[in-house]
Design a protein around this ligand. Sequence first.
Ligand SMILES: NC(=O)c1ccc[n+]([C@@H]2O[C@H](COP(=O)([O-])OP(=O)(O)OC[C@H]3O[C@@H](n4cnc5c(N)ncnc54)[C@H](OP(=O)(O)O)[C@@H]3O)[C@@H](O)[C@H]2O)c1
Length: 320
Amino acid sequence: MGKGADIPRFKLNTGQYIPAIGLGTWQSKPGLVGEAVKTAIKVGYRHIDCAKAYGNEKEIGDALQDLFREGIVTRGDLWITSKLWNSDQHPDDVPKALAGSVERLQCGYLDLYLMHWPVALKKGAQGTAPEDFAPLDTKATWQAMEKCVESGGKTKAIGISNFSVEKTEKLLSYAKVVPAVNQVECHPVWQQKKLQPYLRSKGIHLSAYSPIGSGGSSFTEHIKVLDHPLLETLAKKYNKTPAEIALRWNVQLGHSVLPKSTNANRLEQNIDIFDFEISEEDMEKFNSIEQVRILRGDDMWVHDTNSPYKTVEELWDGDI
Ligand SMILES: NC(=O)c1ccc[n+]([C@@H]2O[C@H](COP(=O)([O-])OP(=O)(O)OC[C@H]3O[C@@H](n4cnc5c(N)ncnc54)[C@H](OP(=O)(O)O)[C@@H]3O)[C@@H](O)[C@H]2O)c1
């Protein structure tokens, strides 16, 4: 069923293969996300990007159970990622948080578990107000993540998300397990020009979030990646949509992409990117696109008190 077996995969530093496209589930509303997962898997997706913070893991798990029962896929056919939320960073809480995601997703184990942000919140914190912050101890958290994978635990690989070059470099100075993945914003208007070559040199796979510019997010009211004239021009040339051009650009750079949709037509459209190739000459044209980071995180993680980041430059180590 579906075209899942045909989806290209990228080899990780663990020896595992991550499917080049995964379904994003952030802001996929209750009542819609389960159907989106079912539709996606039926049209060939084999990779689902989840997180405790998205508040929809249980509905995704129920949808997976239906798919398994109907014999459409088996657990082994799928790649399931989830993320450690910032309020679970205390080492004692890391294995419990992982077990919680596995239980909600009803999938037995994860293929990949990511540290969601280089930010720590107090246990049980619901918001991102200054009083919600806890002291950041990434080393202790990462060591607890390492135990989850070393002991044949509930995840097959571990990684990071939203880590700059500097923050990744610092983590590598003490890591026994090199992160398999750094999941970060990446699309033609924020290409991660500094992080991309760095991660490649360290053998860390880049997974691209918001790969079509996070169209539905409140962060992007004034930036519409898909309206960029180069994407429109190339869409006409290759007889594809601007979204397909944006996704294909990332995949040709060796990045997995995680487009979110709850719309059946767009789910089909977004995976229809493996039957054409953007020429080398056209790939070079992306270099001249003006760069803007869309998910800056300053409204959540930058505070004068308690946060380790007093400015947005500190959060991203100047890469903004
Ligand atoms: N690690 C992190 O901190 C982090 C941060 C952000 C995102 N993520 C992950 O990455 C995923 C994707 O990022 P995102 O949700 O920010 O943004 P995105 O996938 O770039 O964009 C999603 C938006 O684009 C619309 N859309 C989908 N396909 C389209 C198409 N072919 N043409 C036009 N519009 C289309 C969607 O609406 P419809 O649903 O109506 O189609 C939605 O409004 C997330 O869902 C999440 O899994 C991770």
